[in-house]
Ligand binder design. Structure first.
Ligand SMILES: [Zn+2]
Length: 488
């Protein structure tokens, strides 16, 4: 696939965000799965729009047997992966707090928290558990049924354009805080749809997560941009200016926004509001995940613990780490997990996040001087990655990435202990994987491995220099991981 430039402008296009109408210059085209997609840029707000608007796949009716399966508590392997690794909680706390920010705490409970396109319903669950909000949760897919079963939410299976009378009645009863995570960019006429809701209820604020059309970079890898471009799924990609005018057009005078990676969290409100600061978002998220770790469903609880662990390790949150170390110690040692995997235990009993979890437990062990334990967790990642890539290659990319990272960590720790040959073994294993498209390390990982290799070969007798290199490399890695956690 590649970007192309040659297309002519289109006449009489209309921006879904700032409402500008007229000729739109061509921005970029690309082919994906044998179809050509062309993006045009609004001359006024720079939002991007696919022309012609791709028609969304006709709404698929969910199979009744599938619903019955979820309601009877039968969880399939794909659901298990989704619960353990597949969804992200990174922006949940931010977007929920942003939706509540303009309403004084004492008045929040007079409002309804309306979560449309809710997925599993985690935002509703958070708003209810931590803020006691009355929630209305709407999700048309099977994920919504899964959420209602696991989280005990009342989930209405509906699309935003076609809400059932029971939802509309509830909407009319209270002022509303509307939460739209990954919804607006899917709608053919988002302003009309939201205006129809405004006619039914008093909406105090809308908090939305949308892709940032201004951040799509054709010089970056296509794979990195693809989730945001989502051809055939997203219809248009707003910019900050586009979202500001979109909310203004809907009658919200206050606009606030935060960029998170290639996403915008944007709020249109009637009352002045300021974005929650990072520490509030992080503490809300941590409390939420900690709460979920005590959920009776082991996939949901284990998934939450696995999502909490990297935050605890990177922030060196000792209190949380003590709790998590104990929790994992109760589940097994690296050696016992390796034995189970080697005896053929299936992924119906092994958690899909075992590889990532082993990686973060290794980082934790190394950073507190427990090297032998660190090596043992690294051994587990090796076994885990090999099994996952054989059994479920589509679920293996995160584990494979962290396996490469774990080899670097292990090599640095071995080198610091003077075990040059052992360190060289892991560095060479990493460098040797470079040509393999499935297992291979990233360019950045190879570069770091090569730098370490140069140091190792020159090293005997130069331990002090090597330790300094290790400190610099690990500090840089940690900084980048922290930044990625905040932005991803
Ligand atoms: Zn525009």
């Amino acid at each position: 696939m590649q970007w192309t430039d040659a297309d002519l402008p289109v006449a009489d296009a209309r921006c879904r965000y700032c409402r500008h109408q007229g000729d739109f210059p061509h921005w970029k085209s690309f082919t994906f799965e044998n179809r050509r997609f062309s993006l045009y840029r609004c001359p006024s707000c720079a939002s991007l729009i696919y022309v012609p608007l791709e028609i969304l796949a006709a709404a698929q009716k969910i199979d009744l047997a599938e619903i019955a399966r979820v309601q009877a508590g039968h969880i399939e392997i794909g659901d298990k992966y989704y619960l353990e690794v597949g969804y992200s909680t990174d922006h949940i706390a931010l977007c929920v707090l942003a939706a509540l920010a303009g309403v004084p705490r004492a008045e929040q409970q007079r409002h309804a928290f309306v979560d449309i396109g809710a997925g599993l319903g985690l935002s509703s669950y958070l708003a209810h558990r931590q803020f006691g909000m009355d929630t209305i949760t709407v999700e048309p897919s099977l994920t919504g049924y899964l959420g209602s079963r696991l989280l005990g939410l009342d989930v209405y299976p509906a699309y935003i354009e076609d809400l059932p009378a029971s939802v509309l009645e509830r909407l009319a009863s209270k002022p509303t805080l509307l939460h739209l995570n990954s919804v607006i960019e899917h709608l053919r006429e988002p302003a009309e749809v939201i205006r129809a809701l405004i006619a039914r209820t008093h909406i105090e604020a809308i908090a939305a997560i949308v892709p940032d059309g201004g951040a799509i970079d054709p010089n970056s890898s296509f794979a990195a941009m693809l989730p945001y471009l989502a051809p055939g799924d997203h219809l248009h990609l707003p910019t900050e200016a586009g979202m500001r005018q979109f909310f203004e057009g809907l009658g919200f005078p206050i606009f606030a926004m935060r960029r998170v990676g290639l996403l915008l969290v944007a709020v249109g409100a009637r009352q002045p509001m300021t974005f929650p600061d990072n520490s509030e978002v992080e503490s809300t998220r941590n409390r939420f995940l900690r709460d979920l770790t005590e959920h009776p469903n082991p996939m949901l609880a284990g998934g939450a613990a696995g999502r909490l662990l990297p935050h605890a390790v990177l922030a060196r949150d000792e209190e949380m780490l003590i709790r998590l170390r104990q929790l994992y110690a109760e589940r097994g040692t690296p050696q016992s997990f390796i034995a189970r995997l080697q005896q053929g235990a299936g992924w119906n009993e092994i958690p899909f996040n075992l590889g990532p979890t082993a990686f973060w437990l290794a980082v934790d062990a190394y950073s507190t001087g427990r090297s032998a334990e660190g090596h043992a967790w690294c051994d587990l990642i090796e076994v885990c990655a090999d099994r996952l890539v054989t059994d479920y290659p589509i679920y293996a990319s995160q584990t494979l990435h962290l396996r490469n990272e774990s080899r670097l960590h292990r090599a640095h720790n071995l080198a610091a202990a003077g075990e040059w040959n052992a360190a060289l073994h892991w560095v060479d294993a990493l460098i040797g994987s470079a040509g393999d498209r499935t297992l291979g390390a990233s360019t950045d990982q190879i570069e770091r491995a090569q730098a370490l290799r140069v140091a190792l070969v020159a090293a005997p007798g130069k331990l002090g220099w090597l330790c300094r290199l290790r400190r610099v490399v690990l500090a840089r890695w940690r900084e980048r991981s922290l930044r990625r956690q905040r932005n991803s």
